[in-house]
Unconditional design. Structure first.
Length: 308
């Protein structure tokens, strides 16, 4: 793991830096590189612009590790309202949510109940509800939630992280339920016995896992979603998809708002299904620092934003 990535991930955990950053307007301006604004209306407006280019959208309200069940209830209610906005908008828009936003730290059963409510509403308007993956301590509980919700609502997806050493076994165990899986590289600070620390190892794991997902796609045993900004890696996997006889409509490519925008447009013009992940909300600090840690060179763009 690079020194810059290590520092950024440690900074992400600092309550002091969180308070300082969110109170300063020049830092808030810098976040516009990765999110169009804090209000849900900002996210919906940006999605309308992307719709004109043929791109779909996945939305997430920032915030995690809530400390009260009342706050979790409020998040559930917010997303029920947001589904109403999606139903009225005509957008190819979906929602992705972290289980700790719905109280997983406090009550597994309550979190599951909220996810079932949201999955039912999402399904009723023809959308996929995504369950995000958080750090490695949540994997077992998150996969248990996914299995429980998917058993009742098939249009539910889950995120897997390629840098975790356990992920090949997790993927194989999920193929029995024909999952929808977004594969990402991983953005949390993890110990070496849990996750790969060298980028080349993570890249190799990502390719192997994605290739396995693509092999399962023609038989309907997996809906693969490539969640990475690594364009050369995506191009290699597109070639593998063709080799496996996977049609372009049988897999998707997801990238974050504001990253590799030209690449997203090129992939869409090549006929691929591309969805852009748009985040919003005031609790952006930890999420933002993890985005910088994924590619520390992005810090230069932040500095330019601040100076500008």
């Amino acid at each position: 793991m690079s020194v810059a990535r290590t520092i950024l991930l440690k900074m992400a955990k600092s309550p002091f830096l969180n308070r300082q950053a969110t109170q300063r307007s020049f830092v808030r301006r810098a976040t516009r590189r990765f999110m169009p604004g804090e209000a849900p209306e900002d996210a919906l407006h940006a999605a309308q612009m992307l719709k004109a280019e043929g791109r779909g959208t996945v939305f997430t309200k920032l915030g995690e590790n809530l400390t009260s069940l009342a706050d979790a209830d409020a998040v559930r209610d917010h997303y029920l309202w947001f589904f109403d906005q999606l139903a009225a908008s005509g957008l190819d828009g979906h929602v992705s949510i972290k289980p700790t936003q719905l109280g997983l730290d406090l009550s597994f059963d309550q979190c599951q109940a909220h996810l079932l409510t949201l999955a039912a509403r999402s399904e009723s308007i023809g959308k996929v509800l995504w369950i995000d993956m958080e750090d490695s301590s949540y994997v077992d509980r998150t996969l248990a939630l996914y299995r429980a919700v998917r058993s009742r609502h098939p249009k539910v997806g889950v995120c897997l992280q390629a840098y975790l050493r356990r992920t090949p076994a997790d993927l194989e165990s999920l193929l029995s339920i024909s999952p929808i899986i977004r594969l990402v590289k991983g953005a949390y600070a993890e110990p070496a016995d849990v996750a790969f620390r060298v980028k080349a190892d993570t890249d190799r794991a990502y390719f192997d896992l994605a290739d396995r997902m693509l092999q399962a796609a023609p038989g309907g045993f997996c809906v693969p979603v490539l969640g990475t900004h690594d364009i050369p890696l995506i191009d290699r996997l597109v070639a593998r998809a063709k080799a496996h006889g996977v049609a372009e409509r049988q897999y998707e490519i997801h990238m974050l708002y504001g990253i590799r925008d030209a690449g997203q447009r090129r992939l869409r013009s090549d006929g691929h299904t591309v969805k852009t992940l748009i985040s919003y909300g005031s609790a952006w600090y930890r999420w933002y620092m993890r985005r910088l840690a994924e590619r520390p060179a992005n810090v230069w763009f932040v500095v330019r934003s601040m100076l500008g």
